[in-house]
Design a binder for this molecule. Structure first.
Ligand code: HSE
Length: 307
């Protein structure tokens, strides 16, 4: 095999109480990428459609993760990467992670899978860091593994796969404004009160337990972020109204997707997720801000081969 087409999915990081550690994978949104072997040694970005991104591999998220992997190889050929980008950069649904994961996943397949998914995440972290100016894997891990993942530690990298209850659906609104991850990290406090930390890690523990036991009531009680959301929500137009509308329609919980501006809600059943979509739509329809809304089942398999 000398060429492969893959689908690299969008993801929701943090999931309210799991800042920088928890994430889940979306089904209906993502980037397409084509990876080819080439006789010329090195990594080359040969096509980018959808958004204006750099072609120089060392300046491109997909290129940087590919180069990190390439340096670990001893091969007499190279790779060409075509990127068909659907996820807007700075959207809060893992645009850079999809690019970073897609290149290393595709290369690994062409090489006969010498690396496992944790090793691929390790390479992809280098690409993600180019975009967000820090190393975190809470979008990368769900994009590679699918479902919900918890990044137990970065060094050494340890990723836990958390079960996904069958009836869980996500509704995501993506206001078409850009919030750079680096900027939305800059508004966060350097220290937190112990009482807040206690509440936050109790929620995260509760959420992980609830995902293991398909306890939707406990999911709902645990989907709270008292540390990050109060600071970042100020950057997102109509955040409070969207969250209230989602909860009023029966969503289990809602919060900022990654570093924003996207907002996610989780619901039990697709029907509720669709009702949440309508309610959110009403909030945003009169704002003058363009937006997209997606309803998605949780994608349990992550990045995949298309052909
Ligand atoms: N955990 C990261 C953050 C995800 O919230 O800053 C964004 O890439």
């Amino acid at each position: 095999m000398n060429e492969i087409k893959i689908f690299s999915p969008a993801t929701v990081a943090n999931v309210a109480c799991g800042f920088d550690v928890l994430g889940f994978c979306l089904d209906s949104v993502g980037d397409d990428m084509v990876i080819k072997k080439t006789n010329k040694k090195g990594v080359f970005i040969t096509k980018i459609e959808g958004f204006d991104l750099p072609y120089e591999a060392h300046l491109n998220v997909a290129g940087v993760s590919a180069l990190a992997m390439y340096e670990a190889l001893d091969v007499d050929f190279g790779f060409e990467i075509e990127i068909y980008k659907n996820i807007k950069p700075g959207s809060g649904i893992g645009s850079s992670a999809a690019s970073a994961v897609g290149s290393v996943f595709g290369m690994n397949e062409l090489l006969g899978r010498p690396f496992n998914k944790t090793q691929l995440t390790q390479f992809a972290i280098k690409g993600e860091a180019l975009a967000s100016k820090c190393e975190h894997a809470d979008n990368l891990a769900p994009a590679l593994f699918g479902g919900f993942t918890l990044v137990k530690s970065i060094a050494p990298l340890k990723i836990l796969e958390i079960p996904t209850p069958d009836d869980l659906f996500a509704t995501i609104i993506h206001p078409q404004i850009e919030i750079k991850t680096s900027e939305s990290r800059a508004v966060l406090p350097k220290e937190v009160a112990l009482t807040d930390a206690i509440a936050q890690w109790a929620n995260l523990g509760g959420l992980v337990h609830a995902l293991h036991t398909s306890d939707y009531q406990l999911i709902s009680e645990s989907l709270n972020d008292i540390i990050v959301e109060p600071h970042r929500s100020k950057l997102i137009p109509h955040f409070k109204a969207v969250k209230e509308a989602a909860l009023a329609q029966g969503a289990l919980g809602a919060g900022i997707s990654g570093s924003g501006p996207s907002i996610f809600a989780l619901s039990k059943t697709e029907q509720t997720a669709l009702q949440v979509k309508e309610a959110i739509n009403k909030v945003y329809a009169s704002t003058g801000i363009t937006y997209e809304i997606h309803v998605s089942k949780i994608n349990k398999s992550g990045v995949k081969i298309m052909s």
